[in-house]
Design a protein around this ligand. Structure first.
Ligand code: ADP
Ligand code: 5GP
Length: 197
C-alpha cells in the first residue's frame, strides 16, 4: 500500500512548552519528520543553523516568498517565520508523518490549504504560568516578552480552530497525550485505506 503521511500542525503561545513536549514525542516515535522552519530572527545561544531553524536575511526570506517556496509563512513579533514547502511534500509522499511547530496565522493558512492536516493546540495551564515559563526561559528581552504575551492572548482566543487541545500541565502527561493523538491518527481508516472484501 502506498499511503501518504499525515501532516500535524502544533501551535500554542510562546512559552507554553511546545518545544519541550515535542522533543519528548519525537524522540519516542518512529516515522516522524520535524520540519525545520526558516526565520529572520537572530539565533539564540546554542541554536544551530539548519537544525533549529534556517536563519535567513529578510531579503532572502522575501525572495523565497516571491518564488512561492513556503507552505505557509507569517510575520510574528517583527520577524518572518515560514515552512519550506519541498521537504514537507517529499516526506508526506514517502509516507512519513510530518510535524510543523508554527504560530496561529501559519496554522490557519495550512488548515485552508490542506484541510486534512491535524491541528493541535498546546495550551498552558494558566496565563500566569505562561508568563512564568516565558520569563523563566530567559531567552527574550522584556520588550519581546510583552509582545509575545499580547500575541498569546489572541492565539488562545482562537483555540476553537484546532481539532485537539493539549494542556501542558506536566511535560510527561502532555507528551503522552500528544503521542496518543498521533498514534490514533495513524489508525484512522481513511489513512490506512482499509477495506475488507
Ligand atoms: P515554546 O516552545 O512553546 O515557546 P518551551 O518548550 O521553550 O516553549 O518552554 C518554555 C519554558 O517553559 C522552558 O523554560 C521550559 O523548560 C518550560 N516548560 C515547558 N513545559 C513545562 C511544564 N510542563 N512545566 C514547567 N515548565 C515547563
Ligand atoms: P521562536 O522565536 O520562539 O522560536 O518562535 C516564535 C513563534 O514562531 C512560535 O510560536 C513558533 O511556533 C512560530 N514558528 C516557528 N516556525 C514557524 C514557521 O515556520 N511558520 C510560522 N507561521 N510560525 C513559526
Amino acid at each position: 500500500m502506498n499511503k501518504k503521511g499525515t501532516l500535524f500542525v502544533i501551535t500554542g503561545p510562546s512559552g507554553a512548552g511546545k518545544g519541550t513536549v515535542l522533543k519528548q514525542v519525537i524522540q519516542s516515535l518512529e516515522g516522524l519528520y520535524f520540519s525545520v522552519s526558516a526565520t529572520t530572527r537572530k539565533p539564540r545561544e546554542g541554536e544551530v543553523d539548519g537544525v533549529h531553524y534556517h536563519f535567513l536575511t529578510k531579503e532572502r526570506f522575501e525572495e523565497l516568498i516571491e518564488k512561492d517556496r513556503f507552505l505557509e509563512y507569517a510575520r510574528y513579533a517583527e520577524n518572518y517565520y515560514g515552512t519550506p514547502l519541498d521537504p514537507v511534500e517529499e516526506h508526506l509522499e514517502q509516507g512519513h508523518d510530518v510535524i510543523l511547530e508554527i504560530e496561529l496565522q501559519g496554522a490557519l493558512q495550512v488548515k485552508k490549504r490542506l484541510p486534512k492536516a491535524v491541528l493541535v493546540f498546546i495550551a498552558p495551564p494558566s496565563f500566569e504560568e505562561l508568563e512564568n515559563r516565558l520569563r523563566g526561559r530567559g531567552t527574550e528581552t522584556e520588550e519581546v516578552i510583552c509582545k509575545r504575551l499580547a500575541i498569546a492572548r489572541q492565539e488562545c482566543a482562537n483555540m476553537d480552530e484546532f481539532r485537539f487541545i493539549v494542556v501542558n500541565d506536566k511535560v510527561e502527561d502532555a507528551a503522552d497525550r500528544l503521542r496518543a493523538i498521533i498514534l490514533s491518527c495513524r489508525c484512522l481508516r481513511e489513512n490506512l485505506g482499509f477495506t475488507l472484501n
